[in-house]
Design a protein around this ligand. Structure first.
Ligand SMILES: [Zn+2]
Length: 205
């Protein structure tokens, strides 16, 4: 692609770094921004700057948060003895949309995937084990996508907490095998949560 302007080329190249954005789409977006009032571009860059500098990971559940403790963890009305284990913040958003869950979450930040070089130590697994060890947890609900990586991760955590006096469950497989949690509709997801099954049962299937 030949650009008449180096500035234009730089902006397009930066935009094209984003996933799913090819050079042509990047060019279209950049030209669109150029046609808008400058305030619009400024508010976009300011929002991104603030996002990068100000956003935090909740020190309890590791979800993205504006404060050190996220809104969910901070609420006394949530049942802190039930912890739903999810992959990332999109799953928290999807489960919150169902309005059926009153416990808290634990965001792992990914799944164990040897192929991608992701081992347990790169995920927020240890803090979850510590929470269980420290007591006060009655139930752990595994809500990872039912992919091979999700199952591996569930089982890895399960092995380390199974000797504690807690219930371990997994969301019902209304979620199709291989489906990513955040793409499930609210009704299916809500149902899967309500009809969750003991984790041991899911191992025998
Ligand atoms: Zn939190």
């Amino acid at each position: 692609m030949d650009f008449p302007s180096k500035l234009l080329e730089n902006a397009v190249n930066e935009m094209a770094q984003l996933p799913g954005i090819g050079k042509r789409t990047a060019l279209r977006l950049v030209l669109h921004l150029l046609r808008q009032p400058i305030e619009q571009t400024t508010s976009l860059t300011t929002a991104l700057d603030l996002l990068r500098t100000e956003i935090k990971y909740c020190r309890s559940c590791y979800a993205l948060s504006d404060t050190h403790l996220c809104e969910i963890c901070e609420k006394p009305s949530r049942d802190h003895s039930i912890i739903c284990v999810v992959e990332d913040v999109r799953d928290v958003m999807a489960l919150e949309n169902t309005q059926l869950y009153k416990g808290i979450y634990h965001v792992l930040g990914g799944k164990i995937s040897p192929i991608d070089g992701i081992g347990p130590s790169q995920l927020n697994i240890q803090p979850l084990i510590e929470k269980v060890k420290n007591g006060g947890v009655n139930e752990i609900i595994f809500a990872l996508s039912s992919t091979m990586e999700g199952d591996t991760t569930n089982f890895y955590i399960y092995k380390q907490i199974k000797d504690y006096e807690i219930i371990t469950s997994t969301i019902a497989r209304g979620i199709a095998v291989g489906d990513e949690l955040q793409y499930a509709d609210e009704v299916t997801l809500g149902r899967s949560l309500i009809h969750r099954v003991p984790f041991e049962t899911s191992l025998k299937v």
